[in-house]
Write a protein that binds this ligand. Structure first.
Ligand code: HEM
Length: 386
């Protein structure tokens, strides 16, 4: 059984996920009402199937909240319903086209050059000298990525605000303090965009300003797109960069190509471990019967470690099917930011290969919750790869 609500700050979540998919392909968890599908074949089939969708149905947990708290939760849910990832049908198709347009032109030689410069500086740290890879490498690179979207001046502030929304989404339980905090952050993000669109720092913000003014969208969806893209970009990319530090050893750095390493890093990292879907009509998933609107949790994190598709799943090695891994989802919600994330991780691997060093992680701390992999500390030092 996968301990979905467990505390993984000190435990290695990779081993728990790999064990779970071998032992138990499905499991029921009472609290959020939905069973879990753990196997790669089921998760891929459901992500690409028309039998389930992403639009959130009524949350049964609201019944346990006070009137005030239920209203706050409903307000946040209404905001999230504008996010492409939580929508479906005609709105999703339109929103997705818009998001793809917003992201066009964001993978630039300037982004690669800025990341490479940062890596070269950090990788010049003397061998054996201790530093925090999260603070010195992963977070500054994540900020570079966000800066290409919203400009350098406000990148850190917007990351902090969107982090409050991410904290709520990553929590395994409903937590009213997190909901309040997320709603305050959304308000500030909205105010920022309202002002920034008058003097846009980047083409991305200029295009978002048009979404704000478009009567078919307006301020709420424009703020939702901004928030989803910062939330969806910063945390998982920072995590993937940490996984490079924690798990790419000397031998694989020397033996494998950057492309192979990059795909293996994303497969192992799977920063968002679950994709939630809702049944559109009665259906069965393994031993479970779902009625219309019932929730099902698709576990990307276990699917990517399923030995049926990836023998010795915790090893980094050349695999023909690594690019089929589900870290960026699959089907109509497939991540439109995958190229951006791949570009910065590839730049890091290229710099490591050039410098012929790897990071030896001595002290690792992670956020406790299972649904998203996020690091708190990754201390260690560089060691020669040869
Ligand atoms: C390591 C980095 C990233 C990972 C692991 C990741 C993961 C994912 C996953 C799993 C989904 C699909 C969720 C589902 O089907 O329910 C998704 C969707 C999405 N991602 Fe990413 N993402 C990453 C980076 C980015 C970046 C850099 C951006 C934009 C700047 C972005 C924007 C989006 C958007 C807008 C969607 C919704 C697409 C839709 O619903 O049509 N992501 N991402």
């Amino acid at each position: 059984m996968l301990d979905v609500f467990g505390d993984y700050s000190a435990r290695d979540p990779f081993a728990a996920l790999a064990d779970a998919v071998q032992g138990c392909p499905y499991q029921a968890v009472a609290e959020n009402g939905g069973p879990y599908a753990l196997r790669a074949a089921d998760v891929r089939r459901l992500l690409t199937s028309g039998d389930v969708w992403s639009q959130r149905s009524a949350d049964r947990r609201l019944a346990g909240l006070s009137e005030r708290d239920a209203a706050r939760r409903t307000e946040l849910k209404r905001f999230l319903s504008h996010w492409p990832v939580f929508s479906d049908s005609e709105y999703h198709q339109r929103a997705r086209r818009t998001v793809v347009r917003l992201l066009r032109g964001t993978v630039t030689p300037e982004l690669v050059a800025a990341c490479t410069e940062l890596f070269e500086t950090r990788l010049a740290t003397p061998v054996g000298k201790s530093f925090d890879w999260l603070e010195e490498v992963a977070r500054p690179t994540g900020r570079e990525l966000i800066a290409t979207l919203v400009g350098r001046a406000d990148a850190a502030r917007l990351i902090r605000l969107s982090g409050a929304v991410m904290d709520e989404l990553a929590a395994a339980h409903l937590d009213i303090a997190l909901i309040d905090h997320a709603l305050e952050a959304v308000e500030e993000l909205r105010s920022w965009l309202e002002a920034a669109r008058n003097d846009p720092p980047t083409p991305f913000v200029a295009k978002l300003g048009k979404v704000w003014d478009d009567p078919a969208y307006g301020p709420e969806p424009a703020t939702a797109f901004l928030t989803q893209m910062i939330t969806g970009a910063y945390d998982p990319t920072t995590t993937a960069l940490c996984v490079v530090g924690e798990r790419v050893g000397a031998q694989v750095l020397l033996d494998l190509s950057v492309t192979v390493l990059r795909e293996e890093v994303f497969r192992l990292a799977t920063p968002f471990r679950f994709a939630t879907r809702y049944a559109r009509q009665s259906m069965s998933v393994g031993p479970y019967r779902l009625e219309a609107d019932d929730r099902i949790n698709l576990c990307l994190g276990t699917a990517n470690l399923d030995p049926a598709e990836y023998p010795d799943p915790l090893e980094i090695r050349a695999r023909e099917n690594a690019a089929r891994a589900l870290s960026f989802g699959a089907g109509k919600h497939y991540c439109p930011g995958a190229l951006l994330a791949r570009t910065v991780v590839e730049a890091l691997l290229t710099s490591l290969k050039k410098a012929q060093v790897v990071f030896d992680a001595e002290h690792v701390e992670r956020e406790p919750e299972l649904p998203a992999l996020r690091y708190r500390k990754l201390r260690g030092s560089l060691v020669p790869a040869v």
